[in-house]
Design a protein around this ligand. Sequence first.
Ligand code: KMH
Ligand code: ZN
Length: 275
Amino acid sequence: MEPLIITCAPVGAEVMPDQTPYLPVTPERLGETARAIREAGASIIHVHCRNDDGSNTHDVARFRQAYEAIRAQSDLIVQFSTGGAIGMTPDERAAPLQLHPEMATLTCGTVNFGDDVFENSFPIMRGILAKMHEFGVRPELEIFDKGHLANARRLAKEGLLTFPQHVDLVLGVPGGLEATVQNLTDLVDDLPPECTWSVAGIGRQQLPMALAAIAMGGHVRVGIEDNIYYSKGRLARNEELVARVARIAEEAGRPVATPEQAREILGLTSLAAAT
Ligand code: KMH
Ligand code: ZN
């Protein structure tokens, strides 16, 4: 089977520093985290930024510092969030794309998000995609619900996307599609041909969804953005979540992809050629 791409989402926008001491809030800690998760087997880092007090920011200067800190300590594929945090404007969410990260997320539709609404109307999606085209950034399509795949196909019909793409199936958000193996297989069956995919299970479902993806030939996202626990009552470090998936995959006969192998699988330019 194809080597396993492990994405780590180490910080996100929802987990706060009073919930866990392992949240990498500053660019410096993101850099250290990048080194640790790379050693543990990750090949992609999904980046959100925080201010020193833990509040969310999509400030371009802060993203630049984070990008530089990550690159100084690792060869990971750097994937910026364009989802940001609830309440950010679409322009704020898209602003860091001007830094030309290799990848960035594109959430493919609006979804209830706990008691909030994570808004991704067609105009918002078109606007973010236009910025991705302008700055040469490869999207990762984030699918929180079944209808989001239909939305992605509509964007493709409009000529704003071409398939295949890399797709991340985010399952278990309260308000989105539940994290079950049945839902995962239904979504995978519905993907356009040749798409690569990963799954991000939320909370307790992170590990079961990872196990399913390893067996199915998909890829895996883990990290504190999606799950703060290693096991019941025991807080996780990001690198531990990555290392566990890498260990299980190796046992199951799926070697773990290096970042350069992941670039090849995803059709991204090799880091050596890009710099
Ligand atoms: N924080 C969520 C509202 C993404 O990174 O692209 C959106 C999110 C998705 O985390
Ligand atoms: Zn995110």
